[in-house]
Write a protein that binds this ligand. Sequence first.
Ligand code: ADP
Ligand code: MG
Length: 243
Amino acid sequence: MKIHEYQARELLSRAGIPVPPARMVDSAERAEQAFRENGAALQVVKAQVFAGGRGKAGFVKLVSSAAEARTAAQHMLGNRMISIQTGPEGIPVRKLLVAAAVDIAKEYYVSITLDRNRGTPVVIASAEGGVEIEEVAKKNPAALIKEPLHPLLALPPFAGRKVASRLGFRGKQAGIVARLLVNLAQFYMANDCSLAEINPLVATKSGEILAIDAKVQFDDNALFRHPDIAALKDDTETDPLEV
Ligand code: ADP
Ligand code: MG
């Protein structure tokens, strides 16, 4: 089961991942209002759909006024989004996220997913974040860091520190990233996830570490154990015949 970015941000934030605040809206008027309420000079409007590749499709837009937020929202809600992850017919957009822009120094890729060959979840990380990880895997597989989870301990602190260090983090930031990875692994195991992906995880110019995009998917067969998560299900993007 897939959930939206705004839902994933909420869950990850509760799990101890540093996620900056954002507002979810479903109309251009509300987007304009959210921009005012957020108060930041530069903000981002993002389509809330299950497909990725939104940035390149023009469905992640930086805006610097309430009027611009409204225009961006009108465009996104009024057009189907076509990205490399949708078919050529695209998908409709019903919800948007409005959040303060972040002063990005560097983007990283961090995720946990099931490695079916090893039969265990693995952390996959790369200092080449932001771009599609499939491209990194194809062109520069050595840039991918992989660390298997332990079936009982998830990601022990020393393993978190190892990945943080291989990503190039030093000092205080290394400790923050290590803890973030440990928390992400615990979240993944506790909720029977099939994917918990942060792309990008960013280091800001002032040295903060923030998750500014999140994608979380769950094992459908384990949903009976998580009624709170099952309640987040949104079938509006799924083919009615599949539903
Ligand atoms: P997608 O993965 O669907 O393309 P993202 O949320 O990852 O969507 O956004 C794409 C890119 O837009 C990011 O890699 C980042 O460079 C930029 N971006 C996203 N959110 C923000 C933000 N809050 N502040 C600044 N830049 C952002
Ligand atoms: Mg992304």
